[in-house]
Write a protein that binds this ligand. Structure first.
Ligand SMILES: [Zn+2]
Length: 271
């Protein structure tokens, strides 16, 4: 999906992936979105989808996808990997257990290995993705009886493969039983999150705005080293590097401290 020249060209991953997929098959229609998925846009993003496959790296986003897909009755296929271990599960809203039926609470911080502490090896990603895509094919062709119906776990280093049946939705599940969808009702605020394994913080503004990247590039040129393309501006000052996207989202490298990142954001981008 990505090459060294994508990195040199500073292409957002959504654009680079779309370009490569179009080269593989020019007959498919691809709509890349450069965005941070959160409560303000998830319902719009999944609207009219037949199936959602995730490859996210944190439980907050998975619960968000789970709430949105169950609320809008969209099938979704959870997939995750860390180290040599991977897991996947197919959720058909109100037909099968959802992610929150199986994992009621987010694992406590620091209790689970993350890509920061454990890294990930490539083959496990391929295995999880292959099972996810097989499930998607079954769903899209109406072969629901062939779905694996389980929490599938694989460890390619320890040579362990497990299949735990997930069963029916739980009546007291906050999402599919009680319909609370708490992650979709979050208060409007900006989002700041430390990014796993990257010594970086991401800041997403409350409201979606469209910023003039060309004007921003000119404004920043007097304060440091600036590089830009059609999708983003990258600005280096001292030990920090700020990447700003068209929707005003920014990734600030060189710190794990949210307060430092916020102050750099307001200093160079505003608000
Ligand atoms: Zn549930």
């Amino acid at each position: 999906m990505f090459t060294e020249s994508d990195a040199e060209g500073r292409l957002p991953k959504a654009i680079a992936a779309a370009n490569h997929l179009r080269q593989i098959n020019s007959e498919i229609e691809i709509e890349p979105h450069i965005a941070d998925v959160n409560h303000s846009n998830i319902e719009q993003l999944i609207d009219s989808c037949d199936v959602v496959l995730d490859g996210t790296d944190n439980f907050a986003t998975r619960y968000l996808i789970n709430d949105a897909c169950v609320k809008h009755n969209v099938n979704w296929i959870y997939g995750a990997a860390v180290g040599s271990y991977g897991v996947t599960m197919t959720i058909r809203p109100h037909q099968t257990a959802c992610l929150r039926c199986v994992f009621e609470e987010t694992p406590a911080a620091a209790s689970a290995p993350t890509c920061d502490t454990a890294g990930v090896i490539m083959p496990i990603i391929n295995i999880v993705a292959a099972v996810q895509v097989s499930e998607a094919l079954k769903l899209l062709t109406g072969h629901v009886d062939e779905l694996h119906g389980a929490l599938m776990q694989f460890d390619v280093w320890r040579n362990e493969w497990r299949k735990i049946s997930i069963g029916k939705p739980l009546p007291d599940c906050p999402t599919c039983g009680l319909g609370e969808y708490e992650t979709l009702n979050a208060e409007a605020r900006d989002f700041a999150a430390v990014m796993c394994g990257r010594h970086a913080v991401q800041i997403s503004p409350t409201d979606s705005v469209h910023i003039d990247l060309d004007a921003l590039r000119r404004k920043l040129e007097s304060s440091g080293d600036v590089k830009a393309n059609d999708y983003l501006v990258r600005f280096r000052t001292g030990e920090y590097e700020l990447t700003i996207f068209q929707d005003a989202r920014s990734i600030i490298r060189g710190t794990d401290d949210i307060a430092t990142a916020r102050s750099l954001y307001s200093k160079y981008i505003g608000n």
